[in-house]
Structures are given as C-alpha cells and as structure tokens.
Design a protein around this ligand. Structure first.
Ligand code: HEC
Ligand code: HEC
Length: 486
C-alpha cells in the first residue's frame, strides 16, 4: 500500500503553489532546459498564461516568440520565459511570488544551463536588478483593464476580429506554439480555438475568459495586502487610525473639485502615453481608448496616501511613474479590495475600537464616538490641508534632476543594472561610447536621440515620462559630448 502511494506521488507530481515548491521541483528534477522543466510541470501548473509580444522587461520578445507569463495559485506565483535562443535572456526564468505571510512580492531569477556544458542552475533570489523597474518595495507591473499594449489580447483582453494581432497569434499557434517551450504548456483548445483568449467580433465588455484581466485581478488583490502593510508600517499609523476608520461610513468623504480635476488630468495624461505605446506600432482596432475610471476612489487613495506618507504609485501598477494604471477598472480596486481589508486591519490593531464595537451601539451613536476620536486625532496632528492644484500641476511633470542624464545612470551602470551597459556616469567614457555604431539607428548617439523621443515601448528612460524641457536638456548634453571635437 505504501509503495502504491509513493508510486502515485511520483506519477502525479505534486502541484506547485509557491516559489519554494518551484525551486524544489527544479532542483530535484535537475531540468537542464526551461523546455524540459515545462514538460515535467504538472498540467495544473501551466494552463493559465498570457503572452507579451513587445515586452519592456529584460526578456527579448516578438510576435512569434512572445514572452510567456504563466500564473498559478491565484497569481501568487508568476513565472516567465521567451522562445528563441537568439533572444535576450533566453536562459532565464523570471519569477514573481507573493509572500502572503509578509504581504510582500519577491522577484527571483533562475538561470538554466541551456546547453552550457557543466553549468548548474543559478538561483538569484531577491535579485536587486529587478528593483530598477519593479520598485524598491517591489510590486508587479501590469497595465490596467482594459488596455495592455504589447500583450496579446491587448484590447479588452480579447482577440479582436480582423486585427494584426489575431493574425499573428494564429501564426504563432500554427508554428512555435506547437513545439519547444510553448508546446509544453497545457493548451485547452476545447475552450477556444485561440486559447487562452477568445475572439471578439465587436467590442463588448462582458466578462469572459481574458487572462490579461484575470492576471490583473490577482495582482491587484495581492497588491491590496501590500498596501495595507505599507500603511501599517507608516510612522503615522497610530496618529490617524480613527480618522482612517471613519471612512467606513461614519464620515462622508467629499473630494474637492481641485483634487478631482487633478486626478482627471493626470490620468488622461497617463492614458495618452499608454495609447501611444499601443497604436504607433500596430494597427489594431481603431479605438479611441476606453477606461473605466473612478476618480472619487482614486481621491480616497490619494488622501489616505498623503496621511501615511505613501506614494499613490504604490496603488498603481504601471511601469512609468505617474502612469495612473490602477489595476482592475482604474481605481475600483480601492473601494472593493483595499478598503474593506484595511478597516479589518485597523480593528485588529486597535483594542479601543474593538471595545467600542462590543458595546453594540446604534450606528448613529457608534459614529458619534468614532467621529469624536477622529476630531481629537486631527486636532493633535493636523493633516496638511494640501493645495491639490499645485500638487497636481507638478505631478506628471517629472521633477527635474540636477543633471538630467542622471536619470539614465541607475539602469545602465553599476553592479546590478537592468539595461545594456552604457557609461552614463562618466562624461569621458560616454563621449567615446556615443560614437560607436551598429545600433538600429546607427551610432549609439543616434540611437539615444531616437529613444528619447520614441512613443513606443523602446522609449527611454523606461520608467519615466520626461517633460519636453528636460528631454531637450538631455539632448543638449549629449550633443555637447557627441558633436564637439574631442
Ligand atoms: C527593465 C525593466 C524591468 C526589469 C529590470 C525587470 N522587469 Fe519584470 N516586468 C517588467 C515589465 C514592463 C513587465 C510587464 C510585462 C512585460 O512587459 O513583459 C514585467 C513583468 C514581470 C513579471 C510578470 C508579473 C508582473 O509583474 O506583471 C514577472 C514575473 C517579472 N516581471 C519578473 C522579473 C524579475 C524576476 C526581474 C529581475 C530578474 C524583473 N522582472 C526585472 C519590467 C522589468
Ligand atoms: C528603468 C531602467 C532604465 C532607465 C532609467 C533607462 N534605461 Fe535605457 N534601457 C533599459 C533597458 C532594460 C534597455 C534594454 C531594452 C531595450 O533596448 O529597450 C535599455 C536600452 C537602452 C538603449 C539601447 C542600447 C542598446 O544596446 O541597444 C539606449 C540607447 C538607452 N537605453 C538609453 C537610455 C537613456 C538615454 C536613458 C536616460 C534618459 C535611459 N536609457 C534610462 C533600461 C533603462
């Protein structure tokens, strides 16, 4: 009987649900290639995925060899790979895990031998180079419903009929998806001929089978827990607990018109940038852009963020600073995911509040007590009444760096940089490097000039939208190095 069970255990590989499971699985199986690892993986652990054909990550990607994002355990584990040995970082499996106990995302890189003789797996745990884009207290990067430029199913998470994207995806399904790494994913064509997507004849916003949206939903649920941890860690947490709790219904929050219009314009700016990434390259559905948008909810998040000294960008999930990519319906996640859990956390942390709840007061009396404590808190520690108008006037316009070129340093120089090495930290070395040729637009200098102005996924810097004034300062700086005699 025991032998029988052991045999069963081997035959039906244990499902994988955490990074620890994944690491053990790879170490035990000693899979030398990502392809053989995928082959061995239980079907259950490789049936939810989406594909990025124009990725802004460290993985090279293309329409026929897209970057695959596979998610399991409700997005608590996401791993990623691409498809051709010619692509950047073909030998690397990138992994994101959500550590539920600590409400923290972690980013790891696993290097596979991929044919290098004698090579072993390298596990780069909590790899610091990931933080250049995923931020210091790392979080996922995923555009929000309902536009994912560069991802298959970019529009509403579905394959829109008659588009370039659908044609390319079918080509991918007929070729590369059948073999190698992609072939080892678990495809279920009984669900849809363009699994895991569906073909949409016209834009309809009915929820059905969209991996992009599902991944976004999981990401925002997990990120909600992370935001709550950030608030609990804030030195101001003790000062404003009743104030915070009063949002549950004891106090009617009325955002000022200045705050709302600031949010509307910052969001419109962010959406424009996102659309530009979408349409300047490929002619998909000719859509003007749609985004469900809840400025009142974002306003709540903004006010709470200010009180606890947290950036609103922690709630968002875009790559660009100020992208206003709020996962899942642009802000509805605030009301549905973050606040209810946040109120529970405040109760857990506050004996005085628990005692008050036990008294079973009428709602009016209960709120009277909450609001009294709220007033006391605000009297002891007045909240900065912000001038939202000038606050938002500055937001979205990048804060000027002392040396604009410093914006390029962190990702291109040093020990753990994310991009190709370019000596932005040394004028004399940069002067020489700028003359080098062989880049898609000629010399490195020409490539740089192009990248600064590009609206596509290759715009530099990757993570910020610079003002026209600042771009021109960088251009002048580069021109001085590149065009002046040595
Ligand atoms: C140069 C910027 C950049 C760096 C550095 C980077 N990523 Fe990402 N990452 C992205 C972007 C952009 C996405 C969104 C999907 C895409 O474009 O491929 C992403 C998405 C992901 C995802 C899918 C889950 C999510 O966040 O949507 C995983 C997993 C991931 N990255 C892992 C890593 C790991 C591990 C590292 C470090 C080894 C890393 N990334 C470094 C830009 C980056
Ligand atoms: C958040 C990280 C990040 C920042 C900040 C950043 N870059 Fe990059 N850069 C990358 C990555 C990753 C790549 C490789 C992917 C690509 O080619 O698009 C790259 C590629 C490039 C390339 C192409 C180099 C090559 O070998 O093909 C140029 C040129 C460049 N960056 C210029 C800049 C300039 C100029 C700035 C500052 C204005 C800047 N970058 C800021 C991450 C960054």
């Amino acid at each position: 009987m025991i032998w029988f069970l052991i045999f069963m255990g081997v035959a039906q590989a244990t499902p994988i649900s955490s990074f620890a499971d994944l690491q053990k699985f790879i170490q035990k199986g000693e899979y030398k290639t990502i392809e053989s690892f995928l082959e061995a993986l239980p079907a259950e652990s490789k049936k939810h995925f989406t594909f990025v054909y124009q990725s802004r990550s460290l993985h090279g990607s293309s329409a026929l060899n897209p970057r695959a994002l596979v998610y399991l355990n409700r997005g608590k584990l996401v791993f990623s790979f691409n498809g051709s040995p010619e692509q950047k970082n073909f030998d690397k499996l990138e992994v994101m895990e959500f550590d539920q106990k600590e409400s923290r995302f972690r980013f790891h890189e696993i290097v596979f031998p991929e044919g290098r003789l004698g090579a072993k797996h390298e596990f780069n745990l909590n790899d610091s180079k990931c933080l250049h884009c995923h931020r210091q207290d790392p979080r996922p990067i995923w555009d929000s419903y309902d536009l994912w430029p560069g991802v298959y199913g970019s529009t509403d998470g579905k394959m829109q009929k008659g588009t370039w994207e659908l044609k390319k995806y079918q080509e991918f399904l007929n070729k590369n998806a059948k073999t190698g790494r992609y072939g080892n994913l678990h495809w279920d064509f009984s669900k849809s001929p363009v699994y895991p997507f569906v073909v949409s004849r016209k834009l309809n916003y009915k929820f059905n089978s969209s991996p992009n949206e599902e991944l976004g939903l999981f990401i925002s649920l997990n990120n909600a827990d992370r935001i709550i941890r950030l608030i609990r860690q804030s030195p101001n947490y003790e000062k404003y607990k009743f104030w915070l709790f009063s949002f549950r219904g004891c106090f009617k929050f009325r955002p000022t018109e200045e705050l709302l219009s600031g949010i509307r314009s910052a969001s419109a700016r962010g959406f424009k940038v996102r659309l530009a990434r979408h349409f300047d390259q490929y002619n998909t559905t000719n859509r003007k852009g749609f985004e469900r948008f809840y400025p009142e909810e974002i306003a709540k998040a903004e006010v709470i963020s200010q009180a606890f000294g947290i950036s609103l960008e922690e709630w968002a999930s875009g790559l660009e600073a100020n992208s206003y990519s709020f996962e899942s319906a642009a802000g509805s996640s605030v009301e549905s995911y973050v606040l209810p859990k946040l109120f529970e956390a405040v109760v857990d942390d506050t004996p005085e509040l628990q005692a008050l709840k036990k008294q079973k007061l009428s709602p009016a009396k209960f709120c009277e007590s909450i609001n009294k404590r709220r007033e006391e808190e605000l009297k002891a520690n007045p909240l900065a009444t912000d001038d939202w108008k000038s606050y938002y006037a500055q937001k979205g316009l990048s804060v000027e760096a002392t040396r604009p070129i410093d914006r390029c340093v962190s990702c291109h120089t040093g020990d753990h940089h994310a991009g190709p090495t370019i000596p932005f930290d040394s004028d004399s070395q940069l002067r020489v490097a700028l003359q080098k040729g062989g880049y898609p637009r000629g010399t490195l200098y020409q490539e740089m000039k192009y990248r600064l102005k590009s609206k596509g996924a290759d715009r530099m810097p990757l993570n910020e939208i610079l003002s026209a004034a600042e771009i021109s300062k960088i251009e002048t700086y580069l021109a001085n190095l590149a065009e002046r005699p040595y």
